[in-house]
Write a protein of this length. Structure first.
Length: 362
């Protein structure tokens, strides 16, 4: 298998991990001015639109991994769901129960201390990208097969994207079922990444993965798939922004297509850049860091979120100026890597060109 395929995906996913830490630092530490009016806030929010890169990389990984049987995918899905709720307990429930998080954070939810059981259950059940990824894997375990046509995954992705406005916000009136409905089609901020329409990004990545298994080159395949999505999605967003891209977390069809196309085109450009610079020493040093991030994307995600949330005990909630927030971002990156290596990296792993980067979780 062409190692550039692995390298390009590692680059995109690894770079997204670095940006992710900066985005969450901005969200939790940056003042309202820093987030909404400063140049730093605009830049970080723009880079944060690369969230779809995680999901596209996840889709690519499904077929390039050696473990893509329905049982293996379902098992990964359950594991990621468990990690997602465990992360919520570590970053929200535990520090609040211990009195660590500032009162300003609790008041942002419209609550007052001490919290009651329903408040803790709300925080524990917050839908993040891990819940979305876990549920998506459970669904995809029913359809993923290495011999299926890429067009099937593209058709499913379009169906997911365009059916979303028709079912978004559906509620049955039954508490447990309504929470499950929120995870799939929610429109409120108890769930930040509902399965619909974000599953479409995973399916587009899966379609690209199917093309790669047919021996197609990455750059051309990503460009051929990404450009039409970028053009059509962008046109829909310009035509009716309120429907298609008014809320980043709860996108409409155009937003899902636009972000998928944008990240696929970026993947094609990065693949070309990496091939042109493959003999540059600086590329090798950069890729060492990004490959580490890509290999450990899930545990790094959990580590940085827990660190950022517990860090509010010292920094406060939404207190930092643009310059202070910019200075805090490298601090949080260094702390994330230091603690991650201490907790998760037991021994140095030998370098390899095997498709280790295509595990859905580390």
């Amino acid at each position: 298998m062409n190692t550039h395929r692995l390298t390009a995906v590692d680059f995109v996913r690894g770079f997204s991990v670095l940006i992710m830490v900066c985005v969450h630092t901005l969200w939790m530490y940056g003042s309202s001015y820093t987030q909404g009016q400063s140049l730093l806030g605009e830049i970080i929010h723009l880079l944060g639109k690369g969230t779809a890169a995680f999901l596209i990389a996840m889709g690519i990984s499904l077929l390039l991994s050696r473990h893509h049987s329905p049982r293996a995918l379902a098992k990964r899905g359950v594991t990621i769901l468990a990690l997602g709720y465990g992360m919520n307990a570590l970053k929200f429930v535990l520090p609040i129960a211990l009195g660590v998080l500032p009162e300003s954070f609790i008041k942002a939810y419209g609550w007052q201390s001490p919290l009651q059981l329903p408040h803790y259950l709300y925080l524990l059940g917050t839908g993040d990208i891990l819940q979305m990824a876990g549920l998506s894997l459970l669904l995809l375990s029913l359809v993923v097969h290495p011999k299926r046509s890429p067009w099937l995954y593209i058709a499913l992705a379009l169906l997911v994207a365009f059916v979303t406005p028709l079912i978004r916000g559906w509620q049955s009136g039954m508490t447990g079922l309504d929470y499950l409905s929120d995870l799939f089609v929610g429109a409120q901020f108890n769930v930040y990444f509902p399965v619909f329409p974000w599953l479409a990004c995973v399916l587009f990545g899966l379609a690209l993965s199917a093309r790669l298994r047919q021996g197609r080159p990455l750059e051309r395949s990503a460009l051929h798939l990404g450009l039409p999505l970028l053009i059509v999605g962008g046109a829909l967003c310009l035509w009716d922004k309120d429907t298609h891209f008014n809320d980043f977390f709860h996108l409409g069809p155009g937003g899902a297509l636009y972000l998928s196309g944008l990240n696929l085109v970026a993947l094609a450009a990065i693949d070309r850049l990496l091939r042109l610079s493959q003999n540059w020493p600086v590329q090798q040093r950069i890729m060492t860091v990004l490959t580490y991030c890509s290999r450990h994307v899930t545990s790094l995600y959990i580590t940085q979120w827990v660190l950022v949330c517990w860090g509010m005990a010292w920094v406060g909630f939404k207190t930092l100026t643009p310059w202070q927030c910019a200075a805090m971002m490298p601090v949080m990156l260094l702390l994330t890597f230091a603690i991650h290596r201490l907790l998760f990296v037991r021994q140095r792993r030998p370098a390899t060109t095997q498709p280790h980067t295509h595990k859905v979780i580390d």
